[in-house]
Ligand binder design. Structure first.
Ligand code: FAD
Ligand code: NAG
Ligand code: NAG
Ligand code: NAG
Ligand code: NAG
Ligand code: NAG
Ligand code: NAG
Length: 648
């Protein structure tokens, strides 16, 4: 932190900016620095928080600019006017953009946690001051691994929506620009730092974003000209043998906002319990995952990630730190469980239910169709096998299974497809029973010539099949557009609607990859939250994706992007009117996203948003309440975060 402050001081000296800020120290006016400015954090109930007392003390010491960190009730009219600024968010270069000495005060109050953004790819740009050939090679070698981005304060796994500026792959030509990256990030280790950041952004009208791991598909954890709250280092995991409260008595875990799925599963295994999380190890559990709903290998049994939540600790847009549960702050409790991240505040931790350990069985396979020697089956047999599977979806989700598989056109450009099961997992089911349930399917596969050798297995715990049979996540592909659709069980109710569903899937798979989840977000007795009601009716959750190559023309890229919104997803929407899409893995240009992501819950979510965040301190693309704003100068078919955020 000392180094950073010295750099800031040096920068302000070089730029000839206002002299360093001051503070009263024993009656003397002295420079505000690490020795004179106390870190603004006080221990209250074992959390380091920002209090009115602390702010009053700093104010009486005449610390310059300290009023910029006030809670709304303590603002004078000058600051209030700023908070309700009518036009755009203040952008770097604007007259009202905080000067370097102000950022210095912020850094001091956080104990040196403020980081001025250096894009992760800067080390690859030969004309950049951060150029470093070794570090660049490391970034390039590990670019598709989520940890590369999660461990960086501002990197995100959706470069397409960051604007693809400063891609490490392009270091030899061009200049590294910030693009959609925020200007600053706060490396969070205390609640107080989050409170300082929220109050500061609200009072200065600076755009605020929240980044945990950066997994968001839609670029929601980035934003040009923003201050970012980086929660990745909040790693506490606490096991609670007997949680009692709000109608639940049983085992639970309290998870810090930075805990990732892999860390949760390892801890759950240690305590001999099962936790509900996603499929990939790097996703942030109580960050975007649970707040967006959270589908899981256990969803057909225990419901969504959000259904497990017992209690939420959160800093609200007014900077106040509260606990929300069934009894306290029930509106916030309802909204945060499914209403989406970066909307109602910054979650610092959640307490979630965990379940008894059980047995798992399932299968994996990898099969390729075509007419050459690489093919296992002909494409006709392949499609017959796929149809046989699709038609039986109700049998499996109702049995609690998780069917996770992908179908895509062959990578080598030969005619045909690849279908990969990774995996079909049956929680709580022994292999002999699993085989009984799927016997009719296996028989039909044999009859239609879909002869595949599946790998069958059984375990007495979840960690092993999850470690051995789930895919390694592959992220940060800049040439890929994705979207999703929830196809309801009623499509299986009549032969005609089922045929229509299958015909649509067969059409879409000719041009898009289909990542398919045969699951239902099973309704849990006594649980009421903001999760998209379409999950409760779901049988097939499908992600579609299509890409382009580095040498595609602008027209081809535009066509590929538009095809996801207006062709593939349009087709899937047409067979599932009134259903929805999963907001965490959605198309950023989803028409009527409010209905698609939240259905009948949207009206209540919007009213809660207006109540807790009248300042619109929090904004993210397609978040609740986002429709009042836009990012300047964007293509309608490719809205990036690379621009100024303005009110409509
Ligand atoms: C490879 C991969 C696999 C995935 N697998 C699954 C899966 O199996 N099941 C599933 O449901 N989803 C899955 N997802 C989607 C995932 O749930 C979302 O991308 C989710 O938003 C990630 O949350 P995060 O906190 O890790 O990411 P981030 O990008 O850091 O954050 C996501 C959103 O939440 C906000 N946010 C983050 N932390 C907080 C906080 N503490 N308080 C308030 N807002 C916050 C951010 O501002 C952003 O809007 C997957 C995504 C990828 C890329
Ligand atoms: C910060 O404090 C300085 C005085 O040290 C003052 O001139 C400046 O206007 C303040 N900036 C803001 C944004 O309040
Ligand atoms: C009101 O806020 C401004 C800007 O931060 C500050 O300069 C001024 O001293 C404050 N006035 C009072 C009465 O606190
Ligand atoms: C962030 O803070 C943690 C302490 O909480 C520290 O270990 C880590 O090095 C910091 N990261 C960066 C990039 O500054
Ligand atoms: C496979 O089929 C394609 C057209 O469907 C044809 O062009 C190709 O020659 C065939 N290859 C073989 C090995 O038969
Ligand atoms: C498909 O064929 C390959 C060999 O070409 C084989 O390794 C693989 O196991 C086969 N897949 C299935 C599911 O039978
Ligand atoms: C549905 O499709 C199957 C197989 O393609 C066909 O045999 C059946 O007649 C169709 N049923 C309806 C109602 O269209």
């Amino acid at each position: 932190m000392a180094v950073l402050s010295r750099i800031l001081l040096l920068a302000s000296a070089i730029a000839g900016l206002a002299s360093a800020q001051t503070i009263l120290n024993n009656g003397q006016v002295v420079a505000a620095d690490e020795n004179t400015v106390p870190v603004a954090a006080e221990n209250v109930n074992n959390e380091l928080v920002l209090t009115d007392d602390l702010l009053a003390q700093l104010s009486s010491l005449q610390l310059a600019n300290v009023s910029l960190f006030n809670f709304p009730e303590n603002l004078n009219s000058t600051n209030n006017k700023r908070a309700l600024f009518p036009g755009c968010k203040t952008f770097p270069g604007d007259l009202l953009w905080p000067l370097q000495p102000v950022w210095k005060v912020f850094d001091l109050l956080t104990g040196g946690a403020l980081i001025k953004t250096v894009p992760v790819g800067a080390v690859c740009y030969t004309n950049n001051e951060h150029y470093n050939a070794n570090k660049c090679q490391q970034i390039l070698d590990h670019w598709s691994e989520s940890a590369t981005h999660a461990n960086d304060p501002t990197s995100v796994m959706s470069p397409l929506f960051q604007g693809k500026t400063c891609m490490p792959q392009n270091g030899d030509d061009g200049t590294c620009e910030l693009g959609g990256f925020p200007s600053y990030a706060v490396n969070i280790s205390t609640v107080a730092q989050i409170q300082l950041a929220i109050n500061f952004a609200r009072n200065t009208n600076v755009r605020l974003v929240v980044k945990n791991t950066g997994h968001d598909f839609l670029g929601k954890s980035a934003g040009a000209g923003a201050l970012s709250i980086w929660t990745h280092n909040l790693k506490t995991i606490q096991y609670i043998e007997r949680y009692t409260g709000c109608g639940y008595t049983g085992k639970a875990m309290k998870l810090g906002a930075g805990v990732e799925v892999g860390e949760l599963y390892a801890a759950a295994d240690k305590y001999n319990v099962i936790a509900v999380g996603g499929e990939c190890k790097g996703v942030g559990v109580t960050g975007g995952y649970i707040q967006g709903g959270g589908h899981s290998p256990h969803s057909s049994l225990y419901g969504m990630g959000a259904d497990q939540v017992l209690s939420i600790d959160i800093v609200l847009p007014n900077g106040r730190f509260i606990t929300a549960d069934k009894k306290n702050n029930p509106d916030i409790f309802w909204a945060v469980r499914g209403g989406g991240g970066a909307t109602f505040g910054v979650v610092t931790s959640m307490t979630v239910k965990v379940h008894p350990k059980t047995v798992y069985s399932g299968l994996t396979f990898y099969v390729t169709s075509g007419n050459d020697s690489l093919a296992n089956v002909t494409t006709t047999q392949f499609i017959a096998g796929l149809e046989a599977y699709w038609r039986r979806f109700p049998d499996y989700a109702t049995a609690g299974h998780y069917g996770y598989s992908s179908v895509y056109p062959r990578f080598d450009g030969q005619p045909g497809y690849t279908w990969q099961f990774h995996p079909w997992l049956a929680p709580g089911v022994k292999l002999v029973d699993f085989k009984k349930t799927i016997a009719p399917l296996l028989a039909e596969w044999k009859a239609v010539g879909f002869n595949v050798e599946s790998d069958f297995w059984e375990y007495d715990n979840f960690l092993q099949p999850w470690t051995s049979h789930f895919p390694v996540e592959f992220v940060a592909n800049a040439n890929l557009r994705t979207g999703s659709r929830l196809i309801p069980a009623k499509n299986w109710n009549s032969p005609a609607s089922l045929n229509q569903t299958i015909a649509a899937l067969k059409e879409v798979m000719q041009t898009s990859a289909l990542i398919m989840y045969n699951i239902v977000g099973k309704t849990q007795t006594g649980v009421d939250n903001a999760v998209n009601p379409a999950w409760r009716e779901n049988l097939l959750y499908v992600i579609v994706g299509s890409g382009w190559s580095d040498d595609s023309t602008p027209a081809q890229i535009e066509a590929a992007n538009k095809a996801i919104t207006y062709t593939s997803l349009a087709k899937l929407r047409s067979i599932s009117p009134g259903a929805g899409s999963y907001l965490n893995e959605a198309d950023i240009a989803e028409p009527s996203f409010q209905q698609a992501f939240w259905g009948t819950n949207y009206a209540r979510l919007l009213s809660i948003k207006k109540q807790v965040d009248p300042y619109d301190t929090f904004w993210a693309p397609t978040a609740v309440g986002s429709e009042g704003w836009y990012i300047a100068r964007q293509e309608s078919w490719l809205p990036t975060q690379n621009g100024r955020l303005c009110r409509k």
